[in-house]
Write a protein that binds this ligand. Structure first.
Ligand SMILES: [Zn+2]
Length: 114
């Protein structure tokens, strides 16, 4: 196996360990609840979390309840990790093709010079 194939096999093994993920970004919004006399009316707004993601080309948002934030954060992180792995595996596959083609050309040159 070439260097690229060895690296790709290692990345593929990492990809197999993929956990729950979500293709989205977590965002924080500071909101006013609207209750009269609440501290938020004076400016100390409440933090509110949401996920933004693309659906059929459009950006969508979904509110994330406080209880789920930590879990959802790991899903977002897992998505980024997976995305990076996929990009690396893809790059290594391209390198494997390039290497194959240049080896074939080199072999053809050797045969032609005989
Ligand atoms: Zn409030």
């Amino acid at each position: 196996m070439s260097r690229f194939e060895t690296q790709r096999a290692a990345k593929l093994r990492q990809l197999q360990q993929t956990g729950p993920l979500v293709a989205a970004s977590l965002c924080r919004r500071d909101v006013r609840c609207g209750r009269p006399g609440c501290r938020c009316a004076q400016g100390a707004k409440h933090p509110s979390w949401c996920l933004t993601f693309k659906h059929q080309g459009k950006t969508r948002t979904v509110h994330v309840p406080r209880d789920l934030i930590e879990e959802v954060r790991t899903w977002v992180k897992e998505y980024r990790r997976t995305k990076q792995l996929v990009a690396q595996i893809s790059e290594q596959s391209v390198q494997i093709i390039r290497r194959y083609v240049s080896a074939q050309r080199a072999a053809a040159r050797v045969n032609a010079s005989r």
